[in-house]
Design a protein around this ligand. Structure first.
Ligand code: MG
Length: 147
């Protein structure tokens, strides 16, 4: 399986919410992994682009975002009731995977591209480590574990 683009949700996935922008535990390690492992990393979020970029720049100033990733990070411009992966430019839907805590944003016919992460609102948490291993298996061509 060829994973060309990794799409990341922002709120409850990487941070708590855009207002307080608290980083999820292991955020820097996770983003470093994503940066090294995938050709393209994109933000796919309900937060508007300028606020989302502000959040990422703020996280960068606090040391949670690798510079290389920040420089290349794309923002997916989208509308509608789903985070339709066809909004990601220059790639086939089958080559995009999205990490998101909320199934209601995922198009029913694109669930195979979805990597579910437990929503985070603060506190100790190992989800980013778990997702890292799910993504490693994907990138290595192993079938994703169900669920
Ligand atoms: Mg979310």
């Amino acid at each position: 399986m060829c994973v060309k683009v990794l799409a990341l949700d922002l709120e409850r996935t990487l941070i708590d919410d855009a207002l307080s922008a608290r980083p999820r535990p292991r955020l820097r390690n996770f983003l470093t992994f994503c940066d090294q492992r995938f050709e393209r990393v994109v933000l796919f979020t309900t937060v508007d682009e300028s606020s989302a970029r502000e959040v990422m720049e703020d996280l960068d100033r606090r040391g949670y975002v690798p510079r290389h990733l920040l420089a290349l990070l794309e923002y997916v411009d989208w509308t509608g009731e789903y985070k339709d992966l066809r909004f990601v430019p220059d790639v086939q839907v089958e080559e995009v995977f999205i990490v998101d805590d909320d199934v209601s944003w995922i198009r029913p016919d694109q669930r195979a591209q979805w990597i579910a992460i437990a929503p985070w609102d603060g506190g100790p948490d190992d989800e980013l480590l778990r997702i890292e291993s799910v993504l490693t298996n994907l990138a290595d061509g192993t079938a994703p574990s169900g669920g």
